[in-house]
Each structure stands twice: as C-alpha cells, then as structure tokens.
Design a protein around this ligand. Structure first.
Ligand SMILES: Cc1cc2nc3c(=O)[nH]c(=O)nc-3n(C[C@H](O)[C@H](O)[C@H](O)COP(=O)(O)O)c2cc1C
Length: 194
C-alpha cells in the first residue's frame, strides 16, 4: 500500500453491537479498492467473534491493514498520515466519550482525534439504546468538533426483507458521507406507488 495514498480510509471498530455493519462496510470498500486501515479495540474483537462467528482478523479483506489499539506508533496515529478520514462503526458510548473529550487513550481514540484536528471527515456510528444525557452531550460535542454522528438507525421505506438489507441501509449512509458511490440502496425517488 502506498503510504501517500490520500484515498486511505481508517475504519475503527469498537465493542458495540453491530459488527455486521463493520463487516459489510469493509467488504464494500475493498471491492472499490479503497486502501483500508482497521483499528479494532479489544472489546471489538470479542463482540465481532460473537456476532459474526469468526475472529475479526480472519474475516478482513486482504487489503486491510489491521492495527492493534495499543500500537500508538502506528501511522494512523499521526496527522502526517494522509488518510481521507475515519469511520468508527459500530461506536460504543465509551469510545464516543473519549472522542468527545479528546482523550487519546488508545490508537482508535487517537486516530479519531487526529481526524478532528486535521479537519478530516470523522463519521461516528453509535449503537446504544436508550441514551442518557451524557451520551447525548457527547454526540453534540463530537458534532461541534466537526465530526458527523450517524446513528445505526436503518430506515424502512425501501421495504427491507432481510437483515442484510437493514445493514446495507446504514452502510450506504456511511459511504455517502465519504462521497463513495454506492448502489446498495437506491436513492429515494418520491414515488409512493411502488
Ligand atoms: C455482546 C456485547 C454487546 C455490547 N454492546 C454495546 C453497545 O451496543 N453499545 C455500547 O456502548 N457498549 C456495548 N457493549 C459494551 C462495550 O463493549 C464495553 O463498554 C467496552 O468496554 C467498550 O470498549 P471500546 O469502546 O474500547 O470498544 C457491549 C458489550 C458486549 C459484550
């Protein structure tokens, strides 16, 4: 992978429920030849194995570079690494809090902090319900810092029949945020008749 490739996307995976979102996003991006740097928390690896049925490291697209969350010397820890941005999918309330308060306690938090300071796109896909005031305030803080909060909230107006279609709805919204063309979910046409 060319280290100067500005198309690179950092994909943070945390220990929130929703590993299928991360899995689908990574495989769609790989099909689009997007260079991928994956930072997974320890909790993410546990929840991924539980929800997908195989370890994260055995399920990544070939081109994805997997970083340990403890590796604070990884390229993505520096603003000099020319990534196009980062998505944290799914994002726990703990990681949301760290990002909201600029606490770079691990590589995932640091990479997100770097995206904010470099004014690069940071998309956070939180998964928790219900939400208390601190969760909501942290989402506002991330928004105020320039990040985009994109909750894992699939719509139903495309009449999904499968879980995969619900997953695709959220993944499509993430791709839209990075200007990556997608045909997972057709755009709403305003036609109520179909
Ligand atoms: C099966 C499972 C599902 C979880 N789902 C969520 C969730 O949806 N949202 C959340 O904020 N935390 C969830 N957690 C808790 C986090 O994994 C936990 O707070 C962890 O410390 C988060 O660390 P991380 O942010 O570094 O990944 C879940 C834990 C487990 C074991």
């Amino acid at each position: 992978m060319n280290p100067q490739d500005t198309r690179a996307l950092i994909v943070g995976i945390t220990g929130a429920s929703g590993a299928p979102y991360a899995r689908r996003l990574l495989h769609v991006l790989a099909a689009e030849d997007v260079p991928l740097h994956v930072v997974a928390s320890a909790a993410a690896r546990q929840v991924y194995s539980l929800e997908i049925g195989r370890p994260l490291e055995e399920d990544l697209p070939d081109q994805a570079v997997l970083h340990d969350e403890r590796d604070l010397a990884a390229p993505v820890a520096s603003g000099s690494f020319p990534a196009r941005g980062m998505v944290i999918v799914p994002c726990t309330m703990g990681t949301l809090a760290a990002v909201a308060h600029g606490i770079s306690g691990n590589l995932l938090h640091r990479a997100a902090d770097v995206c904010l300071k470099e004014r690069r796109r940071l998309v956070v896909v939180p998964r928790e319900t219900p939400l208390h005031r601190i969760h909501l305030e942290n989402m506002l803080a991330v928004t105020d810092a320039g990040g985009i909060v994109l909750p894992a909230m699939p719509g139903f107006y495309h009449r999904p029949h499968t879980v995969d279609e619900l997953v695709d709805f959220v993944v499509a919204r993430v791709l839209d945020q990075f200007g990556i063309a997608q045909n997972l979910i057709p755009p709403w046409t305003g036609d109520f008749s179909s």
